[in-house]
Every structure is written in C-alpha cells, then in structure tokens.
Ligand binder design. Structure first.
Ligand SMILES: [Fe+2]
Length: 93
C-alpha cells in the first residue's frame, strides 16, 4: 500500500529537494571557479560540500518516492494548489 503525504508535507519536501539541488550546484560552481594554488584547499572543500548537499537531496528523493511523489521540475510553489498526478497516480507536487 502506498503511503500518502499531506499536501503540506509534499510542498515542504519539494521545496527542500529544490533547495538542496540549488546549493549543491552553487557549491560545485564555486569549486570550479576556485582556481590557482591559493584556492586549491578551498576548492576541495567546496567540492565536498557540493557532494554532501547532493546526498541530502538523495535522502529527500527517497522520501518523495516512498510517498509516490515525483520531484517537480518547475519552481516549487509556496501556496496550496491542486496537485498534479504522475503516471502511477501519485502527486507530482
Ligand atoms: Fe543540505
């Protein structure tokens, strides 16, 4: 039996995964931009943090899958609206 999340929980999970992916890209970009000998150590730190943030996104993705919700590819909404349905009949967000 598929567990269903409330609309509020679905919204929070959608916003959370979007935020984790956003910061992962941000840190990865900082890793790429950090060039030169003086930036070598901090570049590695940015890369580690980027990967850590992506792991956070993975945990949220696992929870979304548990609730049969597909991560949205659009900007998560702040307010309440009628959820879309995915191919399995679950909510998209
Ligand atoms: Fe995070």
């Amino acid at each position: 039996m598929v567990q269903k999340a409330s609309a509020a929980l679905t919204d929070m999970l959608q916003q959370a995964i979007a935020r984790e992916i956003q910061v992962s890209v941000q840190y990865m970009w900082q890793h790429v931009m950090a060039k030169g000998l003086e930036s070598a150590e901090i570049a590695d730190v940015f890369e580690d943090v980027a990967m850590s943030e992506m792991k956070h996104a993975e945990k949220i993705a696992e929870r979304l899958f548990y609730f049969d919700v597909t991560p949205t590819r659009s900007r998560p909404h702040q307010g309440r609206r009628e959820p879309e349905r995915n191919a399995r009949g679950g909510r998209n967000g």
